[in-house]
Design a protein around this ligand. Structure first.
Ligand SMILES: [Zn+2]
Length: 295
């Protein structure tokens, strides 16, 4: 998740209202949360629906379970885990190393709160030229490690944006895609450099796919079927998760770019149209790798 709002919870509508143009009141037609969400993320309704239908049919072949492997207890302490996330992203996306290391050293973190009253992880964007704040109630599990990588990805995207001349908040689907790419980096790092962590991370990641690619796709599909429904932050997850998987497998050399795009993401940059159009010409399993393998 990102900003001040835990994943899956409601975001004040004001966060959707700073997207630019307003229609004069005299010619306002009915504007729904869904239409504003599509505009904010620069998405087109037809291709979104196409992708949602395929997600609900077979998740594009992306694994949602790993039989026989479960979320595992780890002995990695929170500060070491934070360093592992740094090394993982630097290793997968070497051109980002300076900003990754800056994120590692400068981000304010609370990774093992005393008397925790907040169970959900979050990253707080404190504004232009200010370091982000990351909160994770780290519980020595594979799932906690995945959460840490996710929030590191958010902090990295914010820090990378702060290196730009102009501050512009990245649309929510793009932000979540960055965080999901960071999860891929961690899993890939474990495969090569920390094999004891690998199977547990894959299991936790696959289980999350069920939530992000199926449960959240159903929620978003309901919004398309009944466009008077109010915005929910979980609308951002299914396409962001799908995009991250596609980018990781098909655009690996361009991964650094997504952390710097600020508010300029679009269907073309992020490949939504590419994914949707591929459905017309081939099987729904787009990827050479639908679950990370230990090879
Ligand atoms: Zn997130």
């Amino acid at each position: 998740m990102s900003n001040t709002v835990p994943d899956g919870s409601l975001i004040p509508l004001v966060s959707l209202e700073d997207t630019g143009e307003r229609l004069p009141s005299s010619c306002i037609t009915r504007e729904t949360d869904l239409s504003r969400w599509l505009a904010l993320n620069r998405l087109e309704k037809t291709s979104c629906l196409k992708l949602l239908d395929q997600l609900l049919l077979d998740t594009f072949g992306i694994a949602t379970e790993t039989p026989g492997i479960s979320n595992e207890v780890t002995t990695v302490d929170p500060s070491h885990a934070w360093k592992i996330c740094c090394d993982a992203i630097s290793s997968s996306i070497p051109s980002l190393r300076p900003v990754v290391e800056k994120t590692f050293t400068e981000t304010s973190t609370c990774l093992r709160p005393r008397n925790s009253t907040i169970s959900q992880s979050f990253t707080y964007d404190r504004g232009f030229h200010r370091v982000p704040f990351v909160y994770v109630d780290y519980s020595y599990s594979s799932k906690s490690l995945i959460s840490l990588a996710h929030e590191f990805g958010h902090a990295l995207q914010i820090t990378a944006s702060n290196d730009s001349d102009v501050y512009a908040r990245m649309p929510p689907i793009s932000r979540e895609c960055c965080a999901f790419v960071a999860e891929h980096c961690l899993i890939d790092y474990a495969r090569h450099s920390a094999p004891v962590l690998f199977s547990g991370l894959v299991a936790a990641w696959a289980k999350d796919n069920l939530y992000y690619l199926v449960d959240n796709a159903e929620t978003l599909k309901r919004a398309f079927n009944k466009d008077t429904l109010s915005y929910h932050y979980s609308w951002n997850y299914p396409l962001a998760r799908l995009w991250s998987h596609w980018l990781w497998n098909e655009r690996h050399d361009n991964l650094a770019d997504i952390f710097h795009t600020n508010g300029t993401s679009s269907e073309d940059i992020w490949g939504l149209k590419n994914i949707a159009s591929s459905l017309d010409s081939g099987p729904s399993t787009l990827y050479s790798q639908t679950v990370p393998r230990d090879d």
